[in-house]
Design a protein around this ligand. Structure first.
Ligand SMILES: Cc1ncc(COP(=O)(O)O)c(C=O)c1O
Length: 370
């Protein structure tokens, strides 16, 4: 088993804590326990015994998660350390060397690299800029076959921030059912839609062989809790619970307590509302800045998430461009190269507004010399 370098994460791990301004994040800048929670709840955290807790996630946590998805019960839910672990366990549970799977591009590339590492044959279908970063489902339809074991979706999408409309969600479900494939939908940006309407989850298609992975890192702005989950049929949940015994046993006990609270129906929408407000403010600031460069940038605004995926016309490779900006201004962006798409950069606009403004002001003079 040999894994190719996960370029996006490797570059972030190497640089994110060394630069003055890190615009590589795809979620909103996190708060602290003190700024996010009231004193009663903070006291509850202080009085929690730090046991292993429940290896599937506490009943309270799974109740809160199940309340997001119509018709779900706690037996449909397994908790993980981030949606990254949920994704990894999905592949470990379903895919064997030589299996064929189909994967949406562009994408976060964790599932892609991990599945290839364990010997899967990964075919790709594409979101197209000419379709406002939506897929051509004819393309998907033409590459699936009876051999396809799994179709992997990222909705809302990283890096484009595009959202699949309801009819596409259901059509993809029909395509999967036609060839008896599983669907794995990574929905970690669901809840961070800029217009405030939560997008259609693949859970709603009601197809047994569907797994939805999600977590608190993006829409809820709580990446440091490392809390994610899978929602699927009960058999799959039992299998992935057993696989999880080998990966990390359980999630952090305190993350479980905080997650139960944040996702509780009394609190969840308040958190999402605040996050959306700050994303909308920052996106406006970002777009005003972008306009100062005329036609050099090409941009389809995101529908969700804190990422702006922007094409540029300067004759410089995207890795070279972000290295130049990083070395000359101590601001870090994501290179399109890390998605296999040169001549694009991804700006994380979820930083604190003042930091975002300062970072953009710093890189402007360098961009003007190109
Ligand atoms: C699409 C997607 N899935 C999963 C992850 C991992 O997130 P988590 O912090 O929930 O493990 C990311 C992180 O950027 C992502 O963009």
């Amino acid at each position: 088993m040999k894994f190719e370098e996960f370029q996006l994460e490797r570059n972030q791990s190497t640089w994110e804590n060394k630069v003055d301004y890190n615009l590589t994040e795809s979620g909103v800048h996190p708060g602290t326990l003190k700024t996010l929670f009231n004193s009663d709840f903070i006291e509850k955290i202080q009085n929690t015994e730090i046991t292993y807790g429940f290896t599937e996630g506490s009943p309270e946590l799974r109740e809160s998660i199940a309340s997001i998805y119509e018709g779900a019960t706690i037996d449909n839910i397994q908790a993980f350390n981030g949606s990254a672990e949920a994704n990894m366990v999905s592949i470990l549970t379903l895919i064997e060397p030589g299996d064929e799977m189909v994967y949406m591009m562009p994408n976060y590339l964790q599932i892609y690299g991990f599945a290839r590492g364990i010997g899967a044959n990964v075919k790709t279908f594409h979101l197209k800029e000419s379709l406002e970063w939506k897929p051509d489902l004819e393309e998907l339809s033409s590459i699936v076959s009876d051999k396809t074991k799994l179709i992997c979706i990222c909705n809302p999408n990283n890096p484009t921030g595009s959202v699949l409309p309801k009819d596409m969600v259901h059509k993809i479900g029909e395509i999967a059912q036609r060839v008896n494939a599983w669907i794995l939908s990574d929905e970690v940006y669901r809840g961070a839609e800029l217009d405030g309407n939560e997008c259609n989850s693949f859970w709603e298609i009601g197809y047994e062989k569907t797994i939805v992975n999600c977590g608190l890192s993006k829409a809820y702005g709580l990446p440091g809790l490392r809390l994610g989950w899978s929602i699927s049929n009960k058999d799959y949940i039992n299998q992935c619970w057993a696989t999880h015994d080998y990966t990390s046993i359980s999630i952090g006990r305190l993350s479980d307590v905080i997650g139960s609270y944040v996702l509780h129906p009394d609190n969840r929408l308040n958190t999402l509302d605040q996050i959306r407000k700050s994303l909308n403010n920052n996106l406006e600031l970002f777009q005003n800045w972008l306009e100062g460069f005329g036609n050099h940038f090409r941009f389809i605004p995101p529908q969700a998430g804190a990422m702006a995926f922007v094409g540029y016309d300067w004759k410089i490779n995207s890795s070279k461009l972000i290295e130049k900006l990083r070395d000359e201004t101590s601001v870090m962006l994501v290179a399109g190269d890390w998605y296999g798409m040169d001549n694009y950069v991804r700006f994380g606009y979820g930083a604190k507004s003042a930091d975002l403004k300062e970072a953009l002001d710093r890189i402007s003079p360098v961009l003007k010399t190109l």
